[in-house]
Design a protein around this ligand. Structure first.
Ligand SMILES: Cc1ncc(C[n+]2csc(CCOP(=O)(O)OP(=O)(O)O)c2C)c(N)n1
Length: 561
């Protein structure tokens, strides 16, 4: 059967089970759009291509299926970069399809030509320029395979206009084989007994759960391990939800804005089992001082992540879920006895650290942002899908919302990309139409992709936006207060729009709370509204995120208030 390039693209997407694409049309991809409307694939037209990529990312994280976006050449392609880099840093599998000028014009400075394959080489897991229509079907299949396998990540496929238009005989490809690419899923069986031996010896073990636990659906196996060996568990920002936030073994988030007991436990533990983490500097603080008394077991699917930043006693390359299952099976045979007795001294010590309550605030006349999030958590019973923007809002969401399940906290962890949360919430809402999806935002970040309100309205996506409005770029202002002698250089946001009126301009609902006693009723009213809502909470401007570890310091050097 002969198909043209556009038809091959849509056929392959359907074979891969894609039922929604986030995108924005243009001349270079007009043929694909022309075919797209003949299929039953849903298209969500965003208002800026950055929004399309973040939406695809949010869709992937909420659904576990691969999010796809489609944009035109030149500016369409360059607008995707922050979204691609964010997905790359957080290992999120998405497919980015970009239009390209015809192959014979590539390199000619043609209209809307840009070397997107060159530009995205360092921030995609892999990328392709399709030169012949005969290669198109295979490349697209490979793109999905590469995106989802091993350590997942974004894959970009650049599609020249003549390739999209050309025809060839199409044969569906069932199995993708890439000779030089064979991710290791099964852990090396010689390494596991070494980990078991360290677990037997340990008096003060601790587990650190990262985003890899969520990506490999290893949450249950992780819980089984923690309970079996009675080890407390801390999470990285990306790992929140990997272990239930209401479990007594939960220590909270580790690192720059981590809890006192999580950071102190890392300083005192004699064994650290790190699962699916990459030891980001926001987690370790000054690297040489991280977990100084511990032997480290590091489980990760990506061999290049191991020993990159932190020395490791037992490296285990493999899928987190599979590895934890095998480790649990070995431990089962070990007859470890009553671990709660063995761990009593260690868990008591942690109990003492817990008494240093680091997550606290005093709610007086002006609304505290932490109070808004605690109320949000209470009203939603911790069951919403939360996305965040970047800054203080993100850290307060991580600290004050309780995540009991994976895939409920969607945030730009690695890149820290402002403007992420709202489009990601759109993607999550498309993936989970029945769930309550809330974007926790700062008044700065929300303005970076606020145009997507039109997208949400057009597609009837009832996302709830909670703006913690402190009239400034709060997180940077906090750094200025603490480390730059209160020189508030350009962090005031004076001409902020009236978010209530803005919501109304888009046809959405806008609500505002200016006093603490209004917070609960605004949340209840906003959350129960069936459509898109912005809730604008006028919060204390001077509020800082505590605890805080200054950048580059040991994570036990915590500023507590
Ligand atoms: C695209 C982008 N530009 C700049 C930054 C640097 N940055 C990090 S947090 C922050 C402040 C964000 O302000 P706002 O969204 O109002 O949130 P708040 O910290 O007040 O909660 C800035 C500017 C960033 N992370 N991303």
């Amino acid at each position: 059967m002969k198909l043209n390039g556009a038809q091959i693209i849509l056929r392959t997407l359907q074979e891969e089970g894609v039922d929604v694409i986030f995108g924005f049309p243009g001349g270079a991809v007009a043929d694909i759009y022309d075919e797209l409307v003949k299929t039953d694939i849903r298209h969500i037209t965003v208002r800026h291509e950055q929004g399309a990529v973040h939406a695809a990312d949010g869709y992937t994280r909420a659904s576990g299926k691969i999010g796809v976006c489609l944009v035109t050449s030149g500016p369409g392609a360059t607008n995707t970069i922050s979204g691609i880099a964010s997905a790359y840093m957080d290992s999120i599998p998405i497919i980015v399809l970009t239009g390209q000028v015809p192959t014979d014009l590539i390199g000619n400075d043609a209209f809307q030509e840009v070397d997107i394959v060159g530009i995205t080489r360092p921030c995609t897991k892999h990328n392709y320029l399709v030169k012949k229509v005969e290669d198109l079907g295979r490349i697209l299949k490979e793109a999905f395979h590469v995106a989802r396998s091993g350590r997942p990540g974004p894959v970009l496929v650049d599609l020249p206009k003549d390739v999209i238009k050309a025809s060839t005989v199409y044969r569906s490809i069932k199995n993708v084989e890439l000779r030089s690419y064979n991710p290791t899923y099964e852990p090396n069986i010689r390494q596991l007994p070494k980990a078991v031996a360290l677990i037997r010896e340990a008096r003060r073990p601790m587990i650190l759960a990262g985003g890899g636990v969520i990506l490999s659906r290893a949450s249950e196996a992780l819980q089984a391990l923690a309970r079996r060996i009675q080890a407390p568990v801390a999470g990285t920002l990306m790992g929140l939800g990997a272990f239930p936030g209401s479990d007594p073994l939960w220590l909270g988030m580790i690192g720059m804005h981590g809890t006192y007991r999580a950071n102190m436990s890392s300083a005192e533990c004699d064994l650290l089992i790190a699962v699916g983490v990459r030891f980001d500097d926001r987690v370790t603080g000054k690297e040489e001082t991280f977990a100084p008394k511990a032997k480290i077991v590091h489980i990760d699917i990506d061999p290049t992540s191991i020993r990159k930043n932190i020395p490791v006693a037992v490296p285990i390359v493999g899928d987190c879920g599979l590895t934890l299952q095998k480790l649990n099976a070995l431990l089962e045979k070990e007859e470890l006895g009553d671990m709660s007795q063995e761990r009593k001294a260690w868990l008591d010590r942690i109990g003492e650290w817990k008494a240093t309550k680091t997550l606290k605030y005093v709610q007086k006349d002006v609304i505290k942002p932490q109070y808004v999030i605690e109320k949000l958590c209470e009203i939603t019973k911790g069951e919403a899908i939360i996305t965040t923007e970047v800054g203080q809002n993100q850290m307060w969401a991580a600290q004050y919302y309780r995540f009991d399940r994976p895939n409920c906290f969607i945030t730009s962890g690695g890149l820290g990309c402002m403007g992420f949360g709202f489009p990601a919430a759109i993607g999550a809402q498309v993936a989970c139409p029945e769930r309550l999806v809330v974007d926790i935002a700062g008044d700065g970040s929300i303005q970076m992709n606020i145009q997507e309100m039109a997208t949400a309205m057009q597609h009837r996506l009832p996302v709830k936006i909670v703006v913690l409005n402190n009239s400034c770029l709060g997180m940077i202002r906090q750094w200025q207060e603490l480390f730059y002698d209160r020189c508030y250089a350009h962090t005031e946001l004076e001409a902020t729009p009236d978010f209530v009126k803005l919501a109304e301009a888009y046809g959405a609902m806008g609500l505002r709370a200016s006093r603490p006693e209004e917070v609960e009723s605004v949340l209840r009213q906003g959350l129960s509204h069936p459509g898109l809502v912005i809730m604008d909470f006028v919060v204390e401007k001077e509020e800082c995120v505590y605890p805080m570890v200054p950048a580059g310091a040991p994570i036990t050097d915590m500023l507590l208030v």
